[in-house]
Design a protein around this ligand. Structure first.
Ligand SMILES: [Zn+2]
Length: 130
């Protein structure tokens, strides 16, 4: 609580110092010092409030982008796939949305990956309790 009050007091003093500078320029240009002081004092709070809203928005957006990248990484599956030419096993990232091709690290032949999906009947264990 005490730190919050000190931070608030520090912010008010800094805003007042900047507003005093604006009032000084108003004095030099023979305009209303009180008007410039008040406008700049209130304007600083509005500007920094909007800046805080922007930072919060950016933080949420960055966090969401990071989560999307993590999901993208998790969606990729890595397999050890043998090269069709030399049978050397290559670590290949399988992403169904990309071209399923890789170049062998040993013989440098380009390979295509074919995925064959099959099904199997799940059998129930035989009851051996006699
Ligand atoms: Zn190869």
């Amino acid at each position: 609580m005490k730190q919050t009050l000190l931070a608030l007091l520090g912010s008010i003093l800094r805003a007042a110092a900047v507003s005093t500078v604006f009032a000084g320029f108003a004095f030099l240009t023979k305009q209303s010092m009180l008007t410039w002081f008040t406008v700049s004092f209130i304007g600083q709070f509005i500007v920094f409030y909007l800046y805080g809203v922007y930072l919060e928005y950016k933080s949420v957006k960055d966090k969401r982008d990071l989560q999307l990248k993590e999901l993208e990484i998790l969606s990729k599956i890595t397999f050890n796939v043998p090269c069709a030419a030399c049978k050397h096993f290559n670590e290949v990232v399988i992403n169904p949305n990309d071209d399923l091709k890789f170049t062998c690290v040993q013989c440098e032949v380009e390979n295509a990956v074919y995925i064959n999906v099959e099904s199997a009947v799940i059998t129930q264990p035989i009851n051996t309790n006699i």
